[in-house]
Design a protein. Structure first.
Length: 230
């Protein structure tokens, strides 16, 4: 008899699509490291009266050839709205983006960012859809505009849309006008607020820091019992 190996999923079950067969699929909780050292940030540049948009493509942004152009379009989308402000975690494109985008008080471009602290203050996030960032947005109840670049990100983006936690955009071809329209609609969508409140609560109730090892141990014990007829 062929035994299927277990799938260990590092997020709560609620974030997945509905499944009829959960055999060998184990959900290990949100697994977010909320206590961590974060880089310095010029907090004095942020205005409490403006809505904060956080934009990040994660630590591997340098591998996305169209990321700098997309960041530029996000900057253009935000600067035409005087009631918005933007932080771009630009990574390897930091210097290049600063040369392209005019110096403007409502846009802050940084190489590294204190993501958790910024998400705690953000009204929306423009992201690539990596699972870690998606989970941190959910934890802080931040609606997401997801522009997937590859790997697991299209699947994560589909789950974001399915559960009403945000929307998607084709980052490679997106214009400033399209990004602004998507953000404006997302910020006013009460469904996103309600869904994020529910999911944030579930994520916080199921942090899962010690769950993964317990799940695997249980699986191996059950497998051994079946082999021995116990």
């Amino acid at each position: 008899m062929v035994t299927r190996m277990p799938y260990l999923v590092f997020c709560p079950r609620e974030f997945d699509f509905p499944r009829n067969n959960l055999e060998n699929i184990f959900y290990a909780g949100s697994n977010i490291q909320t206590q961590r050292n974060e880089p310095a940030f010029p907090w004095d540049r942020l205005c409490a009266e403006r809505r904060l948009i956080y934009c990040s493509f994660g630590t591997q942004v340098g591998r996305v050839p169209w990321a700098c152009r997309f960041f530029q379009q996000v900057c253009a989308a935000v600067t035409t709205r005087k009631d918005w402000q933007l932080v771009v975690h630009a990574g390897d494109f930091c210097v290049q983006l600063k040369e392209i985008v005019p110096s403007e008080s409502r846009v802050t471009i940084v190489r590294t960012a204190p993501q958790l602290s910024l998400l705690a203050r953000a009204d929306a996030a423009v992201i690539h859809g990596g699972l870690g960032t998606v989970k941190e947005c959910i934890w802080h109840g931040v609606p997401m505009l997801v522009a997937p670049t590859g790997h697991d990100q299209p699947g994560n983006a589909a789950r974001v849309v399915y559960h009403g936690l945000g929307t998607t955009i084709e980052g490679r071809r997106a214009t400033a006008a399209q990004i602004q329209e998507a953000l404006a609609a997302m910020l006013e969508n009460t469904l996103h607020s309600m869904q994020l409140a529910y999911f944030s609560k579930r994520f916080r109730e199921n942090p899962g820091m010690t769950t993964a090892a317990d799940l695997l141990e249980t699986w191996f014990e059950d497998r051994q019992a079946k082999r021995t007829g116990g």
